[in-house]
Design a protein around this ligand. Structure first.
Ligand code: ADE
Length: 213
């Protein structure tokens, strides 16, 4: 969990005090000699389940430190994550993200504490840590001041429901492949019109589902 947050934009944001995070190792709340945090599932079946008590103690201890706006469980059977959800979460003050492991988390914890369940896509990862890092990064870059140019998060793909148009940098002729003429024209309105059209065409061909409704 340290490394995805320890570089470039997120690292700078933390150092500048724009966001902070605390990583908790659940094992410190485990019971017995081996700090057990998982157990066999009732009814049989393969895969271990994360136990109630260590998780409950962890959540309750953290909740004494600060008030949480959301307690989110990262799980493939959660609501599909989207830019709209990231936008909403970026307005909250404190968020707790629970990274599931093994077969899952005892359902009673989900019922008692969890306020939202998020999946980052229809595939299964071996744990919720990477999904949690994805959520932190996507929220973090929306916090004012985190990106150098605040408008750049607004022009991201998905912010206007469209994919981003293609971009180019120097040279204008690279091995015979030329940058579209309009981008060199200096004509702002024409450039904006071209970008809009490219974004629409790209969305239409790659992600027609985004245009529905
Ligand atoms: N844990 C394992 N797979 C996941 C996914 N796709 N989204 C969120 N949490 C997960």
């Amino acid at each position: 969990m340290e490394s995805p947050l320890a570089h470039s934009i997120m690292d700078r944001a933390v150092k500048r005090g724009l966001l902070s995070y605390e990583l908790i190792d659940l094992r410190q709340y485990g019971t017995g000699k081996h700090h057990q945090i998982d157990d066999y599932q009732y009814g049989g079946g393969s895969g271990m389940v994360m136990m109630c008590e260590p998780m409950a103690q962890c959540i309750e201890e953290l909740s004494l430190k600060r008030e949480y706006d959301e307690i989110i469980f990262m799980t493939p059977d959660g609501e599909r994550y989207s830019q709209a959800m990231a936008n909403g979460l970026s307005l909250k003050k404190n968020i707790m993200l629970i990274a599931g492991h093994y077969k899952g988390l005892d359902e009673r914890i989900r019922e008692k504490y969890v306020t939202k369940e998020i999946s980052i896509g229809d595939y299964v990862l071996s744990g919720g840590e990477l999904p949690a890092a994805v959520v932190i990064d996507s929220i973090g870059r929306l916090i004012p001041g985190v990106l150098n140019d605040e408008t750049s998060a607004l022009s991201d793909s998905f912010q206007d429901g469209l994919l981003s148009p293609p971009v180019y940098t120097r040279p204008s002729d690279w091995r015979g492949h030329k940058v579209p003429e309009v981008l060199l024209s200096g004509h702002e309105a024409k450039i904006e019109e071209w970008r809009q059209k490219q974004a629409e065409d790209r969305t239409h061909s790659r992600r027609p589902d985004l245009l529905e409704g």
